[in-house]
Design a binder for this molecule. Structure first.
Ligand code: HEM
Length: 443
């Protein structure tokens, strides 16, 4: 799409079947639409394959309007109460890292380790703690099954013949192949999440809410007691909210951490410089804390540069116009699907010097201090900006710092360097790779 924009301009349209889509490219246009005209560009389209499964409830795919606003606000505030953006969340993130580290020590060998399962467990456990009040062990069969079901479900929706459901919705009900598998995946996830909600309902203590599910159940009861007639706070809605938090919060963060480690394997000199900075600021014994962030500009610049180049949600989540509008000289009708091409923003040569080059120093000034750039938008911008941005930033910083403090990651001997191409699903994941994990001496 970025290549097409070079031919057709920063705003161009195409049809996906009968659906008109407008692709927005480059920083200026994306910002103008999402930040300056939020009332027009913040709706979500009704994508049949997704609508069948989400019923357009939850947050991510909910239509722009008062229900979405209330649900998003409630979840954001509740997650903040449970530590989002605060130091109290650190132990929860670091606990998962201790498990990863001991696992890495056990599994390391000359052939290298596949880091993906360990990282994804640690990441999803953070959401599990905040939303469900429980953590799962890496080997927990039920938990592994849930994670596998979620990624399989996404893969089927985005990367299989099941995408045809978007053109012929009745295909969803076909009794064979990926269509049948998709329905089974959906049923299995439903059983898992409904059971968790039920357990919470039975043990709910209004004076001591343990997690987001408890808070939600209490809000539901409060609204019922107040006789709120059109409340959207229902157990059914809660189910979709939990699903959203998992789907939005697991793959995105896991893939970001994996991309960062992959770049460290491929750029050992940058890895060494980052480790030197960590050694000088934190040393090798104390766990990293968010309070160290300001003293680790290179580490942060490296994380941002990998996020810039890899853009794990490259086309954001589709938006939709909620009214007819004139934009950049074009008439765009109500109901048009809008694709904000975040990838093109991060490779926009009018705002980035040598955009294809990996160069963490672009985020540092001449004194080595961190430079914030408004055109760095891996979490999107505007009203639909990622709700988990603060949480994701904490996770990325603490996980990456802690892992590089303890280990050096390198390419297994004799293996060709892994590709930087990525695999496109709902998020852009690195192609599977293994890395040698060498413990650093504890000085
Ligand atoms: C590095 C990790 C992450 C990245 C790069 C990322 C990126 C994004 C992007 C690009 C969007 C779409 C913005 C748009 O539609 O314009 C989004 C939406 C969203 N993200 Fe994230 N995200 C990350 C982690 C998380 C986490 C950990 C959570 C969990 C709390 C989360 C929750 C959400 C939600 C709920 C939405 C939908 C917001 C809405 O429609 O109102 N994300 N994210």
């Amino acid at each position: 799409m970025t290549a097409l924009s070079k031919v057709y301009g920063d705003v161009f349209s195409l049809f996906a079947g009968p659906t008109l889509m407008v692709v927005l490219n480059g920083y200026k246009v994306v910002r103008d639409a999402l930040s300056n005209h939020p009332e027009v560009f913040s709706d979500r389209p009704d994508i049949p394959a997704i609508a069948i499964m989400t019923k357009r409830k939850g947050i991510v795919f909910a239509p722009y309007g008062p229900v979405w606003r209330k649900q998003r606000k409630f979840c954001h505030t509740t997650l903040r109460n449970f530590g989002l953006g605060k130091l109290s969340l650190e132990p929860c993130i670091l606990q998962g890292l201790d498990t990863i580290k001991s696992q890495l020590l056990q599994e390391r060998g000359a052939g290298g380790v596949d880091l993906a399962p360990l990282i994804s467990t640690a990441v999803s456990n953070v959401i599990c703690s905040m939303a469900l009040g429980q953590r799962f062990h890496h080997d927990d069969q039920e938990f592994r099954t849930l994670l596998n079901l979620m990624s399989r479900g996404l893969e089927i929706c985005v990367n299989s013949p099941a995408v045809l459901i978007n053109v012929f919705p009745l295909l969803y009900y076909l009794p064979f192949g990926v269509f049948r598998e998709l329905r089974q995946v959906e049923r299995d996830i439903t059983v898992f999440l409904k059971r968790i909600i039920q357990t919470h309902r039975k043990s709910l203590d209004p004076g001591n809410p343990r997690d987001l599910v408890d808070m939600y159940l209490l809000e539901m009861l409060a609204q019922q007691a107040a006789g709120e007639p059109d409340t959207s706070f229902t157990e059914d809605y809660l189910f979709y909210i939990i699903g959203d938090l998992f789907i939005a919060g697991t793959d995105t963060t896991t893939n970001s951490v994996l991309w960062i480690l992959l770049y460290m394997v491929l750029y050992p000199n940058i890895q060494e410089q980052v480790q030197k900075e960590i050694d000088a600021t934190i040393g090798r014994h104390r766990s990293p804390s968010m309070t160290d962030k300001g003293s680790l500009p290179l580490t942060e610049a490296m994380i941002m540069e990998v996020q810039r180049l890899t853009v794990v949600v490259p086309l954001a989540i589709p938006h939709m116009t909620s009214m007819d509008t004139e934009f950049c000289g074009y008439n765009i009708p109500k109901g048009t699907v809008i694709i904000p091409n975040l990838w093109s923003v991060h490779r926009d040569p009018t705002v980035w010097d040598e955009p294809d080059r990996f160069n963490p120093a672009r985020f540092l000034d001449s004194e080595g201090k961190l430079l914030r750039k408004e055109y760095f938008i891996p979490f999107g911008i505007g009203r639909r900006v990622c709700m988990g941005e603060q949480l994701a930033k904490m996770e990325l910083f603490l996980m990456v710092t802690s892992l590089l403090q303890t280990f050096t990651f390198s390419l297994p001997e004799g293996l060709a360097p892994p590709s930087l191409q990525g695999r496109f699903g709902l998020t852009l994941a690195p192609s599977p790779f293994t890395a040698c994990v060498n413990p650093r001496s504890s000085r």
